[in-house]
Design a protein around this ligand. Structure first.
Ligand code: ADP
Length: 420
């Protein structure tokens, strides 16, 4: 079966078409600037070793229009027709025709940010599921409405195809109350559902499951998963089930990230509001979008911050020190919380690719039996063990694949199977 995976943002729509017979990606892409004031919409897509970037598509005013463009591309409809003419009047959009007919799409899987406490696993989308995603809008005010637009767009253009919602929060629902509650009066939890939810759950779940297959760990095993990308989070897992995570009611909490500040004293918000005459929303926007590596070093991309560090820039040095120090504190606290750690796993953009960042992250942790082998770390490609032979704790790099995880759940639910 071929599964279309959709990740809809407020003005963007990412897609991947996956052939589940061999779990290979047939085509993937991104539509940007949907419904914005810009006069055109951008589309980037690739299949095999081909990559196309179209900058000046006719405006996709809605997610449904963007979905239509994606489907036209996939079936290789004559996209050179005038409805897709670019501003220069020349035929532009190349339909790739990787499928002959839309009927080949067996199901659609949607990434949904916030499932609140309602969703502990992925589910087939029906009216009740849509209503529950709507109920969770206060918890995910930017993402859930966008995810719903993606779902509705697919219902419009693929009305008879089963659709599945896969929640970023679901994996963390196994956390015990002592880990997920905040120590504020009970009514804020019972009335408003203020608690830690955690995010990147699809990635953490994929890696947790892979750790149980790959690492030959004993029963009761304790694993810390470091998902380090532009957004970053840690999870502590016992036997592959989450017992704690670093993000909170929103993805702002925890580690120093590309543009997010991570954990800080919440009193900072009121202090800044008063001193700078800003609203709490403005302060939170600053903390989400202008902080982290960007706020400290002027760049959110770890590669660029590293280049500045190497050039001797003091701001970049401090940013990297804070990034590594915070991460190390979380690794230590999760090991303490679980009463030990058998394995530490790095994943996502930085975790998979940034050799030195992995060394910075565990530097000085030999006291708890964590030792990286420099050669293995430098040479790590794909799934690789990078700990030294005498390291008590296994350290691994395992590439994440959120789209595949979404597609697997979608296939299972669309064919009436249980989710593993
Ligand atoms: P997102 O949270 O947006 O999905 P990614 O997982 O793509 O983020 O990670 C982006 C981060 O990964 C950036 O900080 C980038 O510098 C880093 N990164 C990506 N590729 C490499 C690489 N080859 N070497 C070092 N760092 C990398």
């Amino acid at each position: 079966m071929k599964i279309l995976v959709i990740n809809a943002g407020s003005s963007s729509l990412k897609f991947q078409l996956i052939d589940m017979d061999n779990e290979s990606v047939i085509a993937k892409g991104l539509v940007e600037r949907i419904g914005t004031v810009d006069p055109t919409t951008d589309l980037t897509y690739s299949w095999g070793d081909q990559k196309i970037k179209e900058k000046q598509l006719k405006k996709a005013k809605t997610h449904a229009e963007a979905m239509s463009v994606v489907l036209d591309v996939l079936v290789g409809k004559d996209c050179t027709a005038s409805e897709y003419d670019a501003n220069d009047g020349k035929p532009h959009l190349v339909g790739i025709g990787v499928i002959g007919d839309l009927k080949e799409i067996g199901a659609v899987g949607h990434r949904v940010l916030h499932g609140g406490e309602k969703f502990t696993a992925s589910c087939l989308i029906d009216e009740a599921c849509i209503a529950a995603i709507e109920e969770n809008i206060p918890l995910g005010p930017l993402h859930n409405p966008a995810n719903l637009m993606g779902i509705r767009a697919c219902q419009e253009v693929l009305p008879n195809v089963p659709q599945v919602a896969v929640f970023d929060t679901a994996f963390h629902q196994t956390m015990p109350p002592k880990a997920f509650r905040y120590a504020i009066p009970n009514e804020y939890y019972t009335d408003l559902h203020i608690r830690k939810y955690g995010f990147h759950g699809t990635s953490h779940r994929y890696i947790a499951a892979r750790s149980q297959e790959l690492l030959n760990l004993p029963k009761g095993n304790k694993v810390i998963i470091c998902h380090l990308g532009n957004g970053s989070s840690l999870s502590a897992c016992v036997d592959g089930k989450c017992v704690d995570t670093s993000m909170g009611i929103t993805p702002l909490d925890g580690l120093v990230m590309g543009t997010r500040c991570g954990t800080l004293d919440p009193a900072v918000v009121e202090f800044i509001c008063n001193r700078k005459n800003m609203t709490p929303t403005e302060v939170l926007t600053m903390m989400n979008k202008k902080s982290g590596l960007l706020g400290l070093a002027g760049d959110s991309d770890m590669r660029n911050v590293t280049a500045r560090y190497d050039a001797g820039e003091a701001d970049a040095k401090l940013a990297i020190e804070m990034w590594a120090y915070t991460l190390k504190k979380y690794i230590g606290s999760f090991a303490a919380a679980m009463g030990g750690v058998d394995a530490i796993i790095f994943t996502a953009g930085i975790g998979e690719n940034h050799t030195r960042a992995r060394e910075w992250a565990v530097e000085g942790l030999d006291f708890m039996g964590v030792k990286i082998d420099h050669e293995k770390n430098v040479n790590a490609r794909g799934e690789a063990k990078i700990s030294a032979d005498d390291s008590k704790v296994q350290v691994w790099v395992i590439p994440t694949d959120e789209e595949l995880a979404i597609a697997r759940d979608t296939l299972a639910l669309a064919t009436g199977k249980e989710i593993k």
